[in-house]
Design a protein around this ligand. Structure first.
Ligand SMILES: [Fe+2]
Length: 359
């Protein structure tokens, strides 16, 4: 698609929504553009967040048995002068082994404030309470905080819904025992809490969870429509309250505007997992990383630098890696796209846009 056609398509979309003030550059994986484009008036320095997801620190997975990928992301956050970092879940699989504690501490002790979102795997080898404590979450996996003129809202959808109205949080062993293991849900009390911190918020909100509130097919939050209703209520009351929603979990890369809200599906920092095996990696590597026969890795860590301006401008600066050992999904005989048609590739998109104007 040519850039003028891209722009035309975006402007047609904006006309349908009277509260959308304008977009200075196209967005999304399908219509991604290089960063640095003009996106309307810039009001001062943006608030900058280094975002990454799904590191899966554990010796089972490919190239995640050392700290080099985390170190690379943290070095980028320093270089880019980020105001904070946030990992979107599946940081690791347990928190009690000494080297797991060392890994968490490496992140938590950073000079740049470091925040956590709880993923479905973060309490695989321990109970939920141990992970909450290690991640400095106070008793629940959901919380919010105000920084740099924005409200950051962290949701936790890592609950099994065993029967209507009965929710159980993911915890040691539970993931494997429960047949319907991907029944990610936000329980009623957390929905109420989300409403209380988002609707009427004095600051624009960036909402995040490990699992997606916008996907239709591939491992979405089951009751995501109830969460989106809260976003709609907030934006009806004050346009632009929900400025951006982001998630990890699917290890794919996408940006989508749904009901006037941008949803950023953040790729894994280091790999994609597949249910089937492949035999494309060197035997010596597989010997050291047995789980790698089910994965395809990236050669360097992926992260995004999110810049937020008070006037509504949002910029994402992504990064591109290569496939580990040059083996692509196609080479390995794996599906190129996931259940929502999103392509697996070793990159995080870049975009620069403004959907809302804050005056
Ligand atoms: Fe996950």
């Amino acid at each position: 698609m040519t850039s003028s056609r891209k722009m035309k398509r975006i402007h047609m979309a904006t006309n349908r929504r009277r509260f959308i003030a304008g977009i200075g550059a196209a967005v999304g994986a399908a219509v991604s553009v290089p960063t640095g484009g003009v996106a309307g008036a810039v009001s001062g320095r943006p608030f900058k967040v280094c975002v990454f997801s799904d590191l899966h620190f554990d010796d089972f997975w490919t190239n995640s048995d050392d700290t080099s990928f985390l170190d690379g992301i943290m070095a980028r956050a320093e270089r880019e002068k980020c105001d904070m970092m946030i990992q979107l879940g599946d940081f690791m699989h347990g928190v009690e082994k000494p080297r797991q504690r060392m890994f968490i501490e490496r992140y938590n002790a950073s000079r740049i404030p470091a925040y956590h979102v709880l993923g479905n795997h973060d309490q695989d080898q321990c109970n939920e309470e141990a992970t909450l404590e290690a991640y400095h979450m106070r008793g629940t996996g959901y919380y919010s905080f105000d920084r740099g003129g924005f409200r950051f809202v962290v949701a936790d959808a890592n609950y099994f819904c065993l029967e209507p109205g009965k929710f159980v949080h993911y915890g040691k062993g539970g993931y494997a025992r429960i047949r319907d293991r991907h029944s990610y849900s936000v329980p009623p009390e957390q929905l109420e809490w989300l409403r209380s911190v988002i609707v009427g918020s004095p600051h624009p909100c960036v909402v995040m969870a490990h699992e997606s509130f916008e996907r239709a097919n591939y491992l979405p939050v089951r009751n995501a429509s109830e969460v989106r209703r809260i976003f709609a209520e907030a934006n009806a009351k004050k346009p632009g309250t929900v400025r951006l929603v982001m998630n990890g979990h699917n290890h794919n890369d996408n940006l989508r505007i749904l009901d006037g809200i941008p949803y950023w599906d953040v790729n894994s920092a280091n790999y994609q997992w597949f249910g089937k095996r492949h035999d494309k990696y060197p035997a010596e590597y597989v010997k050291r990383h047995p789980g790698s026969v089910h994965t395809l890795g990236w050669t360097r860590p992926l992260s995004g630098v999110l810049s937020l301006w008070p006037d509504g401008r949002v910029r994402i600066e992504g990064v591109e890696a290569d496939w580990l050992f040059g083996v692509t999904a196609k080479d390995a005989g794996f599906p190129v796209c996931d259940g929502d048609g999103r392509e697996t590739h070793p990159k995080i998109l870049s975009a620069d846009f403004r959907l809302f104007t804050s005056l």
